[in-house]
Design a protein around this ligand. Structure first.
Ligand SMILES: Nc1ncnc2c1ncn2[C@@H]1O[C@@H]2COP(=O)(O)O[C@H]3[C@@H](O)[C@H](n4cnc5c(N)ncnc54)O[C@@H]3COP(=O)(O)O[C@H]2[C@H]1O
Ligand SMILES: Nc1ncnc2c1ncn2[C@@H]1O[C@@H]2COP(=O)(O)O[C@H]3[C@@H](O)[C@H](n4cnc5c(N)ncnc54)O[C@@H]3COP(=O)(O)O[C@H]2[C@H]1O
Ligand SMILES: Nc1ncnc2c1ncn2[C@@H]1O[C@@H]2COP(=O)(O)O[C@H]3[C@@H](O)[C@H](n4cnc5c(N)ncnc54)O[C@@H]3COP(=O)(O)O[C@H]2[C@H]1O
Lengths: 109, 109, 109
């Protein structure tokens, strides 16, 4: 059993959720926020047997897309990035950031 | 030290929380959503010493109950389940889905 | 690769976030609730290479401070604590509660 923690963009969250349901991969969703852009994103918790981890990673890759996001100057960022941030900057936000964790015990009551 | 991730129904969350406090088991609560029914539920994060894991699992089992939930036809589900979903369907939602994770280091500042 | 789960007080969350950005430590934030005081706090998920874990722990320690919080009598707590809770009680809330988890696989799509 592994627990997959996947941070994805809100725009892909509904598609991913539907694909998980269709594949009978059980999941829980948490509303989250990006540390850098501070905009909303979605964190999925997905527990699955070891033998389905690759299938799940493929599914995430297929349904979650990277996008460029333009960020306007953010005055609250660290002072030493001022020069860099004076003009709107384009940042590439990946489709998914995924951590696969070992599960010591799994229980379903 | 283990970190327990437990997804429980909102209806049981207050009872479980009270039981954890009484047992001096420290915990953090996150609002979450079920991948399938898309309704709100609660995800507890509970760090505890290895020797209290069984006690904690018993406590969760005792305070979290499975319930049947009727779901009305959901048109947004995968097209190929249409015939199955045309009528209201009863789904059994378990009391708790629990992952026990190993903790490499624990710090309390 | 390790995944750090850090529960911190809301008051320190913005400072910690800024420090993480400046140190180019990538993170995701979740709104959470304390099991005992039931007030809001913040749970950070921070994936980082093994060699930066100590730097990250120092950074969390530096930016997250313990505070005393006065709690008024809470009638909903377990009946047998009544005598103890009749008068306002001061509780020390730590700066951060931190779990370092091993990561089996990391993917960025
Ligand atoms: N200090 C910095 N300086 C310059 N650019 C920076 C930066 N920190 C992040 N970025 C860029 O901004 C994008 C959005 O980051 P954010 O933290 O809002 O949103 C992140 C965060 O919520 C999560 N995430 C990424 N890596 C993570 C990690 N190691 N641990 C926890 N969460 C992570 O995934 C979202 C997308 O990340 P992704 O890497 O694809 O895309 C990132 C990255 O390209
Ligand atoms: N392996 C896992 N990883 C992460 N989180 C997990 C998980 N297994 C369960 N959960 C979480 O626990 C809730 C209850 O799951 P349970 O399996 O008891 O009860 C489930 C199950 O009986 C049923 N169900 C879930 N997925 C299904 C599917 N693809 N097809 C048919 N029934 C499904 O619907 C109930 C509610 O599911 P929902 O997703 O709304 O809510 C789930 C989800 O939030
Ligand atoms: N092992 C663990 N697993 C998961 N999350 C954990 C954890 N230990 C701490 N946390 C999280 O960190 C917050 C601060 O905990 P701390 O132990 O510093 O500060 C705690 C502690 O000093 C005290 N406390 C907690 N439970 C208690 C109990 N049963 N009896 C007496 N005091 C308690 O109240 C403060 C606030 O607790 P609260 O639960 O509201 O908020 C907690 C909780 O959200």
């Amino acid at each position: 059993m592994k627990l997959i923690v996947a941070v994805v963009q809100d725009k892909d969250s509904a598609n991913l959720q539907q694909a998980l349901v269709a594949a009978k991969l059980h999941a829980t969703k948490l509303a989250s926020t990006g540390g850098f852009l501070r905009s909303g994103n979605t964190t999925f918790l997905i527990g699955t047997e070891d033998r389905r981890v690759d299938e799940l990673l493929d599914l995430i890759k297929q349904h979650c897309h990277s996008r460029n996001q333009v960020i306007s100057p953010i005055s609250s960022l660290d002072a030493n990035t001022d020069g860099y941030m004076m003009h709107p900057v384009e940042v590439e936000v990946g489709g998914a950031t995924v951590f696969v964790l070992d599960v010591d015990q799994f229980k379903h009551f």
